[in-house]
Write a protein that binds this ligand. Structure first.
Ligand code: ZN
Length: 628
């Protein structure tokens, strides 16, 4: 919607004028013309035409990406493409041969005028659930189109650096929202320009009924657009929280922020979609935008906090990998990828900052921050703690590394916390990991990658020998980290504290308030075996049989019914504190429905707390760590 560079657009308009000289392959245009038809959707498929410049070789390969930046897994987007045809300027078919899932060889390519095919969306169909929803496509005729173009538009061998003109015909009631520069917009056709193929995939587009806000923050233009199937979530509602968050992020980053504009595409899906994706939701980073996919049923407070946590993470990606990245990322190969060793930074630093800036800028309190680190510590134990992080990163697309990917958000963030504390200690509180990143951003940038093998040495040279020991032992090496050593340096210890419950269904921070239990006939039901303060207030008692939640009844408790059981439970994770709800139980052969309000029940846990015996130096170090 924003981010139009007028100088660039003018040049493209001139080029565009030449495009009318079509159909004569000897006078083909110098750029790639791609067109997408969102009006005549056939069987949930969208027709796409790609018209390349004059091809001078006998054969050429047409690719759809196997993998795209920021996802760290094979997506094989070619599987969503069908009926690939190559045509000459008279409409006659040229021979096409599929090489693999993602590439097609076109013969007699000198005669090639255009390639046509149909794209399926990833929000339904047999294999779409393998794709992260935020990196996928959703076609809902007349209602919304989420376009992550890497799953729709391809590139020709040798033409990755050519510019694209992308024309999209769309229903009148839907408007596009994207950071891709527009050449022209109208009710029926929008024309966008991309300097090279990378920009096609770096700028997703959301078509929906207009529901967007934009505002200026000093030097940065921010846009937020929402597609909400029920229409309950308006962009205006979330503007204050996004504004507060981005101001705080800018203050935190200081000079390291170089982003001129930032667009947030929020696509809310239904509970059935969430089921389809196995509970997966989130966001994918781009240079000047992010695609966020959450669930429409999330209530306002819940959606606001999720947006703050997730969008701040995506925005910090503008620092790394977008402005600090290795050659592997810079020259990203969509069909034969080489991975970098530094996910501890790309995802770890990013996730750490998304938490640290909130305490640093006063959006959350100290205990909340310690609880977040504790949660990461607990979560990280589900993964292989003895796996070298750099080795995992370089091999991330394959096993055994792929199943450990989730640890980049857990241990990856904790690695940065430890580095931060070491650097604070060594510099007497002066510097931290943010200082390192600010310096790296100054040295490198969008167009200047670092050498993958040299990064760690470079950071060590900027800092201290102890940083080297940490990298050698715990990032490159496979020695698990003793986190308590680092907490002790900043006057923290383990002690009694309280954490909010993950949902009303829990009795403590790990266990639900019920357990499966067979009755005399062998039918398994859930029996209440513990309480939290909110359900206790409603009148629930230990020993009650748990039959249903908020009007939805549980099926028989068995594996085959897992998804129906999920359907009953999932909404409770999206409730705000003031949600009124009911629990249906059986007690003494009588079915009773109890009603109450979620409130904010807490669990007593052993967690990270401030050590009352900490010395002044540790406290000083803690303050510089959290507040500097
Ligand atoms: Zn990320």
């Amino acid at each position: 919607m924003k981010n139009i560079n007028f100088i660039y657009i003018t040049a493209v308009v001139l080029f565009f004028g030449c495009a009318t000289l079509k159909n004569d392959t000897s006078k083909k245009q110098s750029f790639i013309e791609a067109s997408v038809d969102l009006i005549n959707v056939e069987n949930d498929k969208v027709k796409i035409i790609i018209n390349p410049p004059k091809i001078t070789q006998e054969e050429i390969i047409f690719y759809i990406p196997q993998i795209v930046p920021g996802t760290y897994e094979y997506s094989n987007f070619g599987r969503f493409i069908e009926n690939v045809k190559a045509l000459d300027d008279k409409g006659k078919s040229l021979k096409v041969e599929a090489i693999d899932e993602n590439s097609w060889k076109i013969f007699d390519a000198k005669k090639l005028d255009r390639v046509t095919y149909y794209a399926n969306d990833t929000f339904d169909g047999p294999e779409g659930k393998d794709i992260y929803p935020m990196g996928g496509t959703n076609f809902k005729e007349e209602e919304t189109f989420l376009l992550n173009l890497h799953s729709m538009i391809g590139y020709f061998e040798g033409f990755k650096e050519s510019s694209y003109n992308l024309s999209i015909t769309s229903p009148k009631n839907l408007k596009p929202f994207t950071s891709l520069p527009a050449i022209s917009k109208s009710d029926s056709i929008d024309v966008f320009s991309a300097k090279r193929y990378f920009h096609i995939i770096d700028n997703p587009i959301l078509y929906s009924v207009p529901n967007a806000v934009s505002f200026d923050l000093d030097n940065i233009k921010v846009g937020l657009a929402i597609y909400s199937p029920s229409g309950t979530h308006s962009a205006e509602t979330y503007k204050p929280a996004i504004e507060e968050m981005m101001i705080a992020q800018k203050q935190f980053l200081g000079a390291a922020n170089k982003t001129p504009s930032y667009d947030i595409l929020l696509h809310l899906m239904g509970m059935d979609d969430l089921q389809y994706f196995g509970g997966m939701m989130g966001a994918l980073e781009h240079h000047t935008s992010t695609t966020v996919v959450f669930v429409d049923q999330m209530q306002k407070q819940e959606l606001t906090q999720s947006l703050v946590d997730v969008v701040s993470h995506e925005f910090f990606h503008t620092l790394t990998p977008l402005n600090i990245h290795s050659e592997e990322i810079h020259n990203f190969e969509y069909n034969t990828p080489l991975m970098s060793k530094h996910l501890w930074m790309y995802e770890g630093t990013t996730e750490y900052f998304a938490n640290l800036f909130q305490i640093n800028q006063g959006l959350i309190g100290e205990q909340n921050f310690y609880n977040r680190m504790l949660e990461k510590l607990n979560f990280s134990q589900r993964y292989d703690d003895k796996m070298s992080f750099t080795e995992m990163s370089a091999g991330i697309v394959d096993e055994p590394y792929q199943t450990n990917y989730g640890n980049v958000y857990q241990k990856g963030a904790l690695i940065n916390m430890c580095l931060d504390i070491i650097i604070r200690e060594e510099s007497k509180g002066e510097k931290g990991i943010l200082w390192v990143m600010q310096n790296l951003a100054k040295k490198y940038g969008k167009e200047k990658p670092f050498k993958d093998d040299e990064l760690i040495n470079e950071i060590v040279e900027m800092t201290y020998p102890k940083v080297n020991d940490f990298f050698k032992n715990h990032v490159e090496g496979n020695t698990p980290i003793n986190y308590m050593d680092y907490f002790a340096k900043v006057g923290l210890t383990m002690g009694d504290t309280e954490v909010p419950l993950p949902s009303i269904l829990f009795k403590d921070n790990k266990n639900p308030f019920f357990i499966p239990n067979p009755d005399e006939s062998g039918t398994v039901r859930y029996i209440v075996d513990g309480l939290n303060s909110s359900i206790e207030k409603m009148g629930l008692k230990v020993g009650d049989i748990f039959l249903g939640l908020d009007g939805k009844m549980l099926p028989e408790i068995k594996k085959e019914n897992a998804s129906q059981i999920n359907e009953v439970f999932a909404p409770s994770f999206m409730w705000d504190n003031d949600k009124e709800f009911t629990i249906t139980i059986e007690r003494n052969n009588e079915i009773i429905t109890l009603s109450g309000i979620t409130g904010s029940p807490k669990a007593k846990v052993t967690g990270i707390v401030e050590d009352i015996n900490a010395d002044d130096y540790s406290i000083k170090l803690r303050n510089s760590w959290l507040k500097n």
